[in-house]
Design a protein around this ligand. Structure first.
Ligand code: IMP
Length: 178
């Protein structure tokens, strides 16, 4: 499959993603059994993941979306701005940030710091994918769906220059993006 200048091939099929999400949800149901967490998905990339994950969450919980812009093309810029923030009080809440993918970890670090400053009781993260860079920097992600190397992926909510979010399977580039 070709999108703009890049060739992609199928990498993780939808049924494998579905099974992995069910097992992450099971673990969260267990860990948060006595709490009422606030799920804070980061748009746009996490919309599909969030929808499937929350269908398997059996807890009494809240959901509120935030939107951050940090990426252009296939390289993380490290620069972002909050487009939509969570404006209600976070005091005393157990927050679970829902990310599609953690690459450099800069986005997640920034959000976590911000939420802690605003009085959240606990702040943890769940990411469907985590890349090598974040792993090496020990960016704290309590729940990770799939560990990746340095590949650029798309599908299941993730995009390349705004395209490809709608695919149910995940694809990766054939060509290097570095
Ligand atoms: P970070 O701040 O470098 O961790 O970047 C996180 C954000 O970059 C993610 O939420 C995605 O929107 C985007 N991103 C990082 N890697 C990829 C990728 O392989 N495909 C699509 N988007 C990505």
């Amino acid at each position: 499959m070709k999108i703009k200048d890049l060739e992609f091939k199928k990498f993780i099929p939808a049924d494998k993603i579905e099974k992995r999400i069910a097992s992450l949800a099971k673990q969260i149901n267990k860990d948060y059994a006595d709490r009422t967490p606030l799920f804070l998905p980061v748009l746009n990339g996490s919309f599909m993941f969030t929808s499937d994950l929350l269908k398997d969450i059996e807890l009494l919980c809240r959901v509120s979306f935030v939107k951050i812009s940090s990426y252009a093309g296939t390289n993380s810029t490290g620069q972002f701005k909050t487009l939509i923030g969570h404006d209600e009080s976070l005091f005393g809440l157990d927050i679970l940030i829902v990310e599609d993918i953690v690459d450099t970890g800069l986005t997640l670090q920034k959000i976590m710091e911000d939420l802690k400053d605003r009085g959240a009781k606990s702040v943890e993260a769940i990411a469907l994918f985590r890349k090598k860079d974040a792993r090496e920097k020990s960016i704290e992600v309590k729940y990770v769906g799939f560990e990746l190397e340095d590949e650029f992926i798309l599908g299941y909510g993730l995009d390349y220059d705004g395209l490809g979010r709608n695919y149910r399977d995940v694809y990766k580039t054939l060509t290097s993006t570095q």
